[in-house]
Design a protein around this ligand. Structure first.
Ligand SMILES: Cc1cc2nc3c(=O)[nH]c(=O)nc-3n(C[C@H](O)[C@H](O)[C@H](O)COP(=O)(O)OP(=O)(O)OC[C@H]3O[C@@H](n4cnc5c(N)ncnc54)[C@H](O)[C@@H]3O)c2cc1C
Length: 320
């Protein structure tokens, strides 16, 4: 008996990479993804290149204000954002205390996400009657970015490329030629676009290339922000739950932000503009804030300067 075999090799073909797009967006943080979403809703195609594959180790923004939430409502993802982050029933109060284990001085009562979603009347919170359909939302950028990105990925107008780095651009009258890199293979590609938008954050190379200057106060305060994991903190807290804990005592000022309502916390120490940020002893500051020695793991830390500056121009021909 003769057995005949036929093998069929199927090669998984990657669709050809687009090399032209109306809009190229460098950076897929909150601003880049929101812009891509706004363009997609208007039927305008874009490519977003984002160099990160994972979330950054340190949480940044922790509040998305009402105006931004109103935009997300228009763009179709306000509900997804509101359901992400802290547990829905977590109070989002701002409370002032002498130490974590000390006296409560005062408290601003604010609604939980569940109260906002369910339109619970008369909760006694100061935001009960704020005149907006989308009040502010307490959410870390760690949870907000994926919520916006997941919604963006449902639009065929946007080609979102994670693990891609923007390198350089050259502009002509009718187009901008950009060099981007697929980081895993270190392969460089050229993409021609009608408009290039710089959304790569505070260290933007495009902004420097455009010679945009930032004007204003270059130091409002200095911060040392430590991202902590500690199960003990929730147990030790002697008052009603809150979202922002502002701690004031003779040893200094610091804040503790609830990130997930369980064991993730952010501890920013606030230092004066003339202080030596590098010399700041974060362990001592954390001890002063909590009033007792606690077990905690440092998940990330950033020493940074808060500035109040505005760009002196926002575009040069086709580059924004
Ligand atoms: C501690 C802290 C607390 C804050 N709290 C708040 C708050 O409560 N509310 C608020 O509204 N704002 C807050 N902010 C500010 C807020 O985080 C920023 O305004 C926001 O992150 C800006 O978004 P962005 O998309 O412009 O930049 P980023 O968030 O910096 O995103 C830029 C993106 O570009 C990517 N990228 C950079 N270079 C390249 C490249 N060459 N190629 C490809 N990708 C690149 C980066 O990986 C990043 O994902 C806070 C900031 C800090 C530091």
């Amino acid at each position: 008996m003769t057995v005949s075999c036929q093998f069929v090799f199927v090669t998984k073909m990657r669709p050809p990479m687009k090399t032209e797009t109306p809009v190229l967006i460098a950076g897929g943080g909150p601003v880049g993804t929101t812009l891509a979403l706004d363009l997609a809703v208007r039927g305008v195609a874009s490519i977003v290149v984002e160099e990160r594959l994972a979330m950054p180790p340190n949480p940044k923004c922790n509040t998305t204000n009402a105006r931004s939430m109103e935009h997300y409502r228009r763009l179709g993802c306000a509900d997804a954002i509101r359901r992400a982050g802290l547990p829905l029933d977590r109070a989002t109060d701002v409370v002032y205390v002498t130490r974590w284990t000390g006296h409560e001085l005062t408290r601003y009562k604010l609604r939980s996400s569940a109260d906002v979603i369910n339109k619970t009347p008369n909760t006694g919170a100061i935001d009960d009657y704020w005149p907006t359909p989308e009040p502010q939302h307490r959410i870390s950028q760690l949870a907000m970015e994926p919520a916006i990105r997941d919604h963006l990925k449902t639009f065929s107008e946007c080609d979102y490329r994670e693990g891609w780095r923007f390198l350089s651009f050259q502009q002509a009258d009718e187009f901008v030629d950009c060099i981007v890199q697929e980081i895993a293979s270190a392969t460089e590609h050229q993409i021609r676009c009608r408009y290039l938008v710089s959304c790569e954050g505070a260290r933007s190379v495009i902004r420097r290339e455009m010679n945009t200057q930032l004007e204003g106060r270059d130091c409002v305060a200095k911060f040392c922000t430590t991202y902590l994991k500690s199960a003990a903190l929730k147990e030790l807290w002697p008052h009603k739950p809150a979202w922002m804990h502002r701690i004031y005592n003779a040893d200094g000022e610091s804040h503790v932000v609830a990130i997930d309502g369980e064991d993730r916390w952010l501890h920013p120490s606030i230092l004066s503009p003339d202080s030596d940020l590098d010399a700041h002893d974060h362990r001592r500051a954390i001890r002063n804030a909590f009033g007792v020695d606690i077990d905690y793991e440092v998940l990330g830390q950033e020493r940074w300067i808060a500035r109040a500056m505005v760009a002196n121009h926002y575009h040069k021909q086709r580059v924004f």
